[in-house]
Ligand binder design. Structure first.
Ligand SMILES: NC(=O)c1ccc[n+]([C@@H]2O[C@H](COP(=O)([O-])OP(=O)(O)OC[C@H]3O[C@@H](n4cnc5c(N)ncnc54)[C@H](O)[C@@H]3O)[C@@H](O)[C@H]2O)c1
Length: 471
C-alpha cells in the first residue's frame, strides 16, 4: 500500500490517485458525446411501456426521453391524470391505459417499466412475463416470501426474457470504482459497512388525507403495511444491496429495533429503524433510518440524508449516489496505520502497544477517480497535464469528480440494450430477490424482536400459490 500523507504534495496525490483510479466500466457514453443523440430509425428502438406513472414513473419518463434506443408506446395508470402526466413527459404520443392487462395484450409492447406501489410489483411482473414482455421493475422487486419463490420459478421458465431490478447504484460509475478498489485490495479486508437514510421532520413521509379512507391510504401507500415494506423496502433496500455487493455475499442473519414513535398520523409502518445484518465471514452492515433528523456524518457534513461508509483494514470509503441536482460523491480515506504485510502479502507481527499511542492524525480523504482522470500512454502532454491538474484540484477540495451520467439513465439504456441483445442485466433477478429477501426478513426481525436467519426464507411462503394467469 502506498504511504498515506496527512497533507499530500502534488507528487503524493498523483501517486495515490493513480492507485485509486479505476476504469468506470458502466459509463458507456464516450466522453464528449451529446446527451441527446439523433433519433434512431424506429425499427432499431425497443418499444416499451410504463406501468405505474406516479412520481417514479414520471421521473423515468423524464430520463428515458433522452435515450433514443427505446421508444415509449404505452403508459398505464389506474389514475388517469397520472397516466396523462407520464405520457406528456415522454412526449412520444403513447397509448394510455387504465388496466395494465389490456396494455400487456398490446403486441407493439416488447418490454415494460414497472413503477407501481410495492404490493403490485409481483402481479404485474408475473403477468408481463407471461405475456412475453421483458421487465424492468422498481425495487424492492417483490413484497412477500411466496413471491420470491414464485418469481424465481417463473423467470427460470423464461430465460430469454430480461428481468432487471431498479437498483440504480449497480449502474453508477462511483460504486463500480469502489467495488474495483475493493477487488484490488485497496481497502484490505472489508469488515464493516455503515449505511443510513435519515430524514428530518419536514422531509419525512407524511400522511396526506384521511388514514381511514381507502383512496387516501392507497395514494399514500408507503405508510401502510398492506401495500408497503416501510423504510426497509423503500430506503434500506438500496443500501443493503450496496453492502451485499461490497462484501460479495448475502447476510446470514439480521437483528433490529423499530419504532413508530414520532410520526403518529395513522400510518402503521415504523418511522425509525435500526438494523444489524451479519454476513458469513463476520462482516456487519449497521443500518439506520430515522424521520426526525437529516444529518449525515459523512463527507465532512457537505451532504445530508443518505450515504454509506465501507470500512476495511487498509481504508474506508464514504460514498453516495447523485441526484438530478447533486453529484455522486466518493471519498477514500486510507487507514492511517494499516496492518503491515510482508512481500508475499503475509501478515507481519504487529508492534505491541499501538492502542496506547493515541488516536493519531487521520489521513486526508482523497476523491475516488473515474475513467476520465486516468492518465494513459495515449494521452498527449497537454491531456496529461490537464488530468494531473484536475486531480490536484480534487485533492485540495476545489473540485470533485462528477459522474458523466445519472445512473438512472445508464440503467434504462442498459435495459433497452439488453432486451435487444439478450445480454444479462447487472441488477438481475437474483440480485433483486436477494434484496427483497433482506427487506422481508429485516421487517420480520423488527416485528418479532429476534435474530432472523436468512435460510428461513426457504420455508416461508411455500403454501399453495394461486395459479398464474395466462395473459
Ligand atoms: N429506485 C429508486 O430510487 C426509487 C425512487 C422512488 C420510487 N421507487 C419505487 O417506484 C415505485 C413507485 O413509487 P412512486 O414514488 O412513484 O409511487 P407513487 O404513488 O407516486 O406512484 C405509483 C403509481 O402507480 C399507480 N398504480 C397503482 N396501482 C396500479 C396498477 N394496478 N396499475 C397501474 N398503475 C397503478 C398509482 O396510481 C400511482 O400513480 C415503488 O416501488 C418505489 O419503491 C424507486
Amino acid at each position: 500500500m502506498p504511504k498515506t500523507p496527512a497533507d499530500p504534495t502534488r507528487r503524493d496525490v498523483v501517486k495515490l490517485a493513480g492507485a485509486a483510479t479505476v476504469a468506470a466500466a458502466s459509463t458507456r457514453r464516450a466522453e464528449g458525446a451529446p446527451a441527446i443523440q439523433t433519433v434512431r430509425a424506429a425499427n432499431n428502438q425497443l418499444q416499451y411501456a410504463l406501468i405505474g406513472s406516479g412520481s417514479r414513473g414520471q421521473y423515468h419518463m423524464k430520463h428515458a426521453k433522452g435515450i433514443d434506443t427505446g421508444r415509449c408506446v404505452a403508459v398505464c395508470d389506474t389514475v388517469e391524470e397520472n397516466a396523462l402526466k407520464g405520457a406528456k413527459e415522454i412526449g412520444s404520443n403513447p397509448k394510455v391505459y387504465k388496466d395494465y392487462r389490456e396494455l400487456l395484450a398490446n403486441k407493439d409492447v416488447d418490454a415494460v417499466l414497472i413503477a407501481t406501489p410495492l404490493f403490485m410489483h409481483y402481479p404485474v411482473t408475473r403477468d408481463a412475463l407471461l405475456a412475453g414482455k421483458h421487465v424492468f421493475c422498481e425495487k424492492s422487486l417483490v413484497f412477500k416470501p411466496e413471491e420470491v419463490h414464485g418469481l424465481r420459478a417463473l423467470s427460470k421458465e423464461r430465460p430469454k426474457q430480461v428481468l432487471q431490478t431498479g437498483l440504480q447504484r449497480r449502474y453508477s460509475a462511483f460504486y463500480d470504482a469502489a467495488a474495483q478498489m475493493i477487488q484490488k485490495g485497496m481497502l484490505g479486508d472489508v469488515t464493516h459497512v455503515y449505511a443510513q437514510w435519515h430524514r428530518g421532520p419536514m422531509g419525512a413521509w407524511r400522511m396526506k388525507g384521511d388514514a381511514k379512507n381507502p383512496k387516501d391510504r392507497l395514494a399514500t401507500w408507503r405508510l401502510f403495511r398492506e401495500y408497503s415494506g416501510g423504510l426497509v423496502a423503500e430506503l434500506a433496500s438500496h443500501q443493503i444491496d450496496v453492502a451485499d455487493r461490497m462484501f460479495g455475499a448475502t447476510p446470514e442473519f439480521v437483528v433490529g429495533v423499530g419504532g413508530l414513535d414520532y410520526m403518529k398520523d395513522g400510518r402503521d409502518v415504523y418511522d425509525n429503524i435500526q438494523l444489524i445484518f451479519k454476513y458469513p465471514k463476520g462482516q456487519k452492515l449497521t443500518y439506520t433510518s430515522i424521520s426526525t433528523n437529516s444529518h449525515l456524518p459523512l463527507f465532512g457534513g457537505a451532504r445530508t440524508q443518505f450515504g454509506e461508509m465501507i470500512m476495511g483494514t487498509h481504508g474506508a470509503i464514504h460514498i453516495t449516489v447523485g441526484t438530478d441536482n447533486e453529484p455522486a460523491l466518493g471519498i477514500w480515506y486510507p487507514e492511517a496505520n494499516p496492518p503491515q504485510t510482508g512481500p508475499a502479502g503475509e501478515k507481519k507481527a504487529q508492534p505491541a502497544g499501538a492502542s496506547l499511542a493515541g488516536t493519531g492524525k487521520g489521513g486526508k480523504g482523497l476523491p475516488i477517480l473515474l475513467n476520465r482522470d486516468q492518465v494513459s500512454d495515449q494521452d498527449g502532454f497537454i491531456a496529461k497535464e490537464l488530468k494531473f491538474a484536475r486531480r490536484w484540484l480534487y485533492s485540495k477540495g476545489v473540485m470533485l469528480p462528477e459522474e458523466d451520467r445519472n445512473p438512472v439513465d445508464v440503467q434504462l439504456e442498459s435495459f433497452f440494450s439488453d432486451c435487444k441483445t439478450g445480454a444479462h442485466p447487472k441488477a438481475d433477478l437474483e440480485i433483486g430477490l436477494a434484496d427483497s429477501t433482506a427487506v422481508i426478513l429485516a421487517n420480520l426481525a423488527l416485528d418479532e424482536g429476534r435474530r432472523v436467519f436468512f435460510n428461513e426464507i426457504d420455508k416461508m411462503g411455500k403454501g399453495p400459490e394461486p395459479k398464474a394467469r395466462k395473459a
